[in-house]
Design a protein around this ligand. Structure first.
Ligand SMILES: *Cc1c(COP(=O)(O)O)cnc(C)c1O
Length: 361
């Protein structure tokens, strides 16, 4: 079976650091977490980095840091994993779904303009499958209106637009370190931002509410949380961050081979803007109109090749359809027409392409 993904990390790569961790007895809040934070900052160009337990946690924390709650609306890209909208509901605010481009799959400026109301308090742009195309245009609209821009860059570590990496574009950027993403710590995530005014809030809230010492203990000046990444996870993250550019290059080469081979069969790849670089977190195409996407997934499974759908039309899930009854047409079509092919370094590209060609040719 050719699976959708294979982690790009081996035990041998992290064995010395893991051994050192056991010998030191420091399993959390150690040098590896601190190093990962500064290395993510260096890599992305972001000034401040906080590692957390997942991208979902990261997004939720960002909404809390902005004080978003009941009565507020947050505009969110409609073609994404439900976590993007779920966190908005969880803080008591209302997600307003902005439809996406049928070509690059991201929120469009027109859809954002349509979704804005006096109750809008923030915008959440999703880099679909790691593709940041259009985020600068969205940022311009947000800046003109004084709205904070949160980037759900769960998939997008290493991607860039106009030469700026994700992490240094939006006001607040959230990454995921889930195994389906490029940098895998089992579970994990990070928030990045530039604004020095937010440092204190993140330090205190992500540290149980403590700010500084009181005698031999801590001074708990607020209530807070614990969403920490552990040392073992940070060791995994650091090992992959060191070779992230290589991992991305491999994925881009696999995408090029697919575009060349099955583009002529009518499979349309997710497109990237002229000045956008995607890390190709997922290799996604729209299937030609003559095909049933689900039938193709089933036929490829019979050939020993794992594929899956693209992602979800959030406004069309049972939950959000029931609550809002506002299904966005492009996102809905993309959920029905997109397929994700396997993509990882060392995979048997020829075998997958010949199976697709045989079934679809
Ligand atoms: C994977 C993903 C998430 C959730 O990430 P976790 O780290 O698993 O919480 C959120 N948004 C998008 C767009 C994703 O792809």
């Amino acid at each position: 079976m050719i699976h959708l993904i294979r982690p790009s990390i081996s035990f041998e790569e992290v064995e010395p650091e893991l051994r050192a961790m056991f010998e030191s007895g420091v399993f959390t809040r150690g040098k590896n977490v601190e190093a990962l934070r500064s290395e993510i900052g260096e890599y992305t160009g972001a000034r401040h980095v906080y590692t957390v337990t997942s991208a979902t946690t990261a997004l939720w924390v960002c909404l809390r840091s902005l004080g978003i709650g009941p009565g507020d609306e947050v505009v969110v890209s409609d073609f994404s994993f439900p976590a993007s909208a779920n966190v908005i509901v969880d803080v008591g605010a209302k997600p307003v779904f902005a439809d996406v481009s049928p070509d690059h799959y991201n929120m469009t400026p027109e859809a954002l303009e349509r979704a804005l109301t006096p109750a809008t308090k923030a915008v959440m742009f999703v880099d679909a499958f790691g593709n940041p195309t259009g985020i600068h245009a969205i940022r311009e609209i947000c800046r003109a209106r004084g709205l904070p821009l949160i980037e759900d860059a769960a998939c997008a570590i290493g991607s860039s637009e106009h030469g700026v990496r994700c992490g240094a574009i939006a006001d607040l950027t959230c990454f995921s370190f889930h195994p389906r993403k490029l940098l895998n710590t089992g579970e994990g995530g990070a928030v990045t931002f530039d604004n020095p005014d937010w440092v204190e809030w993140f330090d205190v809230k992500l540290g149980h509410g403590a700010s500084g010492a009181l005698g031999y203990g801590l001074d708990f000046t607020d209530y807070g949380y614990n969403f920490r990444l552990s040392e073992a996870q940070a060791i995994l993250g650091r090992a992959q961050l060191r070779k992230l550019d290589e991992i991305i290059a491999e994925r881009q080469a696999i995408r090029d081979a697919f575009v060349e081979e099955i583009g002529s069969l009518g499979f349309r790849p997710q497109e990237f803007g002229d000045d956008a670089v995607s890390n190709v977190q997922s290799l996604v195409f729209r299937v030609p109109p003559r095909f049933q996407r689900d039938a193709l997934i089933a036929a490829l499974r019979d050939e020993g090749i794992e594929t899956t759908i693209g992602t979800y039309c959030l406004s069309g899930t049972s939950f959000y359809r029931r609550r809002h009854n506002d299904v966005q047409p492009v996102a809905q079509r993309l959920q029905q027409e997109t397929i994700t092919f396997p993509c990882y370094g060392g995979m048997d590209v020829e075998r997958v392409l010949s199976a697709v060609t045989r079934i679809a040719g």
